[in-house]
Design a protein. Structure first.
Length: 471
């Protein structure tokens, strides 16, 4: 894939579109926008541009398409698959000035937002009106809603409420050639033509630049119960997950954390202390929510009956809002805590939840085979297990040669268990060359064909999702 280099004349034209103060060519800014939270990768773009309107983006893309210059949309830079890394240089298109909640429709329980709105801010804004936007990725305090749409982000409450795609009704998108289109309608049902809206969700900026998002909302729940269950056997903790659902309970969150995940995070986060006895291997963090406390107490009792069939220690109930917030702070900080301890690689596996025990055991066995340690945690309620492979004392040679073999085997196991490569982080840059495990060649060719229709010259976020030989 051959692209043109950015020159001074192109820079001047970009400045004419967005203003000189919103075009950056200094190395510090380019480096800053050349990385996200994916391992230690840094790919500086040739120029960073910060537009503020769909029309500005339209003009930028018309130029870029004519120039044959790549454009990488940049959100909150919290991604874990390298989806926003400008690996082919070109234009880094920051969406941070698209930060408005345009319209909150309380009658229809909908909201129209720009993609640069921080997810937490959106949740807080609708909560003030007694409404609820459920998706809550761990980085919700800094990630952008546009990035959530582009990666089809999930989070802890996906087990009951679904992921980002389940809330997107309509999108305004700027195509690679500059046209501005709407993909759907602001309706809860829509069987009119191909579903372009859902095609855009999870497309990681490879098909178009999202500039407006219409999302559905739910009425807010008023009560919840949060419990932390320690297990002496990690596989039993995974087994308990499907048992809870078979008992007729659908928790609003059901999170799995290995012992090391909690130990490392408590050292990393101040003000959170969970007493853990020797021999405990894993915890389940379980939440039920609703509007009727009596119903929630009944559900918590039923969950207790289920988990007591396993080898557990005393169940901890979070009896204050401060303690609930502390436990969620602990869970959300696991990834950062692991990263602070060692060089690492994070994989985002997902299987049918009944297969979680086999997946966990298989990951540990593969780690022993290739000589690496893994820290596992994630959204067990929907079968989504994050696998953090830590370098620790491994040699550089083993890290670079043996670990990729182990990752491939982990994904092969995941697919054999009827799962797939990513539940919520996306494919991006780091997982694209494993796509052959999940898809037949014809399926990958279909994806390539879709990409070509939307982006004939391949300028939009090139080098992502599709394996190298198809890019």
């Amino acid at each position: 894939m051959k692209f043109s280099e950015i020159n001074s004349e192109m820079i001047a034209q970009l400045q004419a579109v967005v203003g000189q103060s919103f075009v950056y060519t200094d190395i510090a800014t380019r480096n800053d926008y050349g990385h996200d939270e994916t391992e230690d990768y840094v790919f500086p773009a040739s120029v960073v541009v910060k537009p503020a309107t769909p029309e500005e983006i339209s003009q930028i893309l018309k130029f870029a398409n004519d120039w044959n210059v790549p454009v990488t949309p940049i959100g909150g830079r919290t991604g874990l698959s390298g989806g926003a890394l400008p690996i082919h240089k070109g234009i880094a298109l920051s969406m941070e000035r698209f930060d408005k909640i345009i319209h909150l429709d309380e009658q229809n329980l909908q909201v129209m937002v720009e993609p640069g709105v921080i997810t937490h801010n959106l949740r807080e804004a609708v909560a003030e009106k007694g409404l609820f936007y459920p998706p809550d990725p761990s980085s919700l305090g800094s990630c952008f809603i546009g990035g959530n749409v582009s990666e089809n982000a999930g989070g802890a409450r996906a087990v009951k409420y679904g992921v980002t795609k389940d809330y997107v009704l309509n999108l305004q998108v700027v195509l690679a050639t500059g046209e501005i289109v709407w993909t759907g309608a602001n309706t809860l049902k829509n069987s009119t033509g191909y579903n372009l809206t859902q095609l855009m969700v999870g497309s990681e900026g490879t098909l178009g630049i999202i500039t407006k998002i219409v999302m559905k909302l739910l009425p807010a729940n008023n009560h919840n119960i949060l419990m932390l269950v320690p297990f002496y056997d990690g596989a039993q903790a995974c087994e308990a997950v499907s048992r809870i659902f078979k008992a007729g309970i659908v928790p609003s969150a059901l999170e799995f954390m290995e012992r090391d995940a909690i130990d490392w995070t408590m050292r990393f986060v101040d003000g959170v202390n969970v007493p853990i006895k020797d021999g405990i291997e894993a915890h389940l963090l379980i939440e039920v929510d609703g509007n009727y406390p009596d119903v929630l107490f009944s559900e918590a009792e039923k969950i207790t009956e289920v988990v007591e069939q396993f080898n557990i220690d005393e169940i901890l109930f979070a009896d204050t809002e401060d303690y609930k917030n502390a436990l969620w702070k602990l869970r959300r900080a696991v990834g950062e805590a692991v990263k602070s301890n060692s060089v690492y690689k994070e994989e985002d596996t997902v299987v049918p939840r009944y297969e979680l025990p086999k997946l966990l055991k298989g990951i540990k066995s593969i780690g022993e085979k290739y000589g690496f340690k893994s820290i596992c945690y994630g959204h067990a309620g929907d079968g989504n297990l994050h696998v953090n492979i830590v370098k620790g004392e491994m040699s550089d040679e083993a890290w670079n040669t043996e670990v990729p073999k182990g990752i491939r085997e982990i994904f092969e196991l995941t697919v054999a268990l009827k799962g797939t490569l990513s539940g919520e982080h996306g494919i991006g840059y780091v997982q694209k060359n494993y796509m052959d495990i999940a898809f037949q060649p014809i399926s990958l060719q279909l994806m390539k064909g879709i990409k070509r229709v939307f982006d004939p010259k391949g300028i939009l976020n090139p080098g992502k999702i599709l394996p190298d030989h198809l890019s």
